[in-house]
Design a protein around this ligand. Structure first.
Ligand code: GSH
Length: 345
């Protein structure tokens, strides 16, 4: 009897063994960054120390803003909970070290995608979430209307930025001599301009609009009608985990594709019952395996949309409604903009 039982036991163990091997083969192994996020149940996300509309550190210590929302998008995709984010405020010149040391899993901090950052920082850039360009702000009282009007004047700029480099290029092209007044911290740069220590303040136009809008009297400031560069801003991650970078990429695309389908945080539940195969697939319903190909939940797109929203909702909530920023090139491709998601198939 005992012998028969032990034979049965061995047989059962073999069956379980075969099954677990099959399952292990089926399950996609996640990369080191995703694994760290799963283990600590938190995404560590580098943001700025404060950029109106993009990274806002509220008086109660909570974070909000367009860039902050993209940290939340990735937390929703991997952990199923958009609140599980540990934010790390970074000044512009702290970004390279934060990516290289992998002190952050992700960075979502008005950062321009450039060739040297891609290579020297060892970063992998996600799709651009905000197509921007560098602008120039002056006081209305100065009467300055173009870059030539800045001849011999002082311009406040933050160090460690593409802004600082483009300023030198563009002013030399325009043949304008100027004195840069350089600061490491965003607040110090803006405050110096407001205090009259500089005649102009330059950064991404999104930043200028935010700073102007949050000033006690925005009518005192004017943004010149000039675009000095291309600043494609988006999230980035250390290049040591290409699969994590893919998860970030498809999470960003999910927000864009959701807007194209008209799926919002409010109506996503009604789409779960859609009988359109493309929608079923995008939302990972039925036997449509999209997330499991990356070792995450198949309904990761649903979690993103439900908890954070589609691209249009994220844009409107943070920059459209509060600062009156138009969609422009950041509109969907179907509306003449650059926001375009590849197929979820
Ligand atoms: N997009 C540019 C500029 C980004 C940038 O850091 N801009 C300043 C504008 S003042 C900023 O947001 N600083 C916030 C901070 O240092 O925390 C880049 O990637 O270099």
């Amino acid at each position: 009897m005992l012998k028969r039982l032990s034979v049965l036991f061995v047989l059962a163990a073999m069956v379980v063994g075969v099954f677990s091997v099959t399952m292990a083969q089926d399950a996609v192994k996640v990369g080191p960054i995703t694994q760290r996020i799963l283990d600590r149940k938190k995404l560590i996300c580098g943001v700025s120390t404060g950029t109106p509309g993009f990274t806002v550190i509220n008086t109660d210590g909570s974070y909000s803003g367009f860039d902050v929302d993209y940290c939340r998008v990735v937390a929703a995709a991997i952990l199923g909970d958009s609140t599980l984010v540990d934010f790390r405020p970074l000044q512009a010149d702290q970004r390279q070290a934060a990516i290289q040391s992998e002190e952050v899993d992700l960075m979502s901090r008005n950062t321009t995608y450039t060739l040297s950052r891609d290579s020297v920082w060892g970063a992998t850039f996600a799709p651009t979430t905000f197509y921007d360009g560098q602008g120039m702000m002056v006081t209305v009282a100065s009467g300055i209307t173009d870059l030539k009007g800045l001849e011999g004047l002082t311009i406040c700029v933050q160090s460690g930025t593409t802004t600082e480099l483009n300023l030198a290029d563009q002013m030399s092209l325009a043949g304008v001599k100027y004195t840069p007044k350089v600061f490491a911290a965003a607040d110090a740069t803006w405050n110096a301009f407001v205090a009259g220590q500089c005649d102009a303040f330059t950064t991404d136009k999104s930043g200028l609009i935010g700073y102007k809008g949050s000033a006690p009297d925005p009518t005192l400031f004017a943004i010149l009608d000039v675009t000095m560069s291309k600043e494609p801003l988006g999230p980035l991650s250390p290049q040591s985990d290409p699969q994590f970078a893919d998860i970030v990429r498809w999470s960003v695309y999910a927000t864009i594709q959701a807007e194209e389908y008209g799926i919002t945080s409010k109506n996503v539940d009604t789409f779960l019952k859609s009988d359109v195969p493309e929608i079923q697939r995008f939302l990972g319903q039925g036997d449509n395996a999209i997330g499991s190909l990356y070792g995450i939940a198949n309904d990761f797109t649903v979690q993103i949309i439900k908890q954070v929203g589609n691209y249009g909702e994220i844009f409107d909530r943070n920059v459209g409604a509060p600062y009156g920023v138009a969609r422009g090139v950041n509109d969907l491709w179907t509306k003449g903009g650059l926001m375009y998601s590849p197929p979820f198939r």
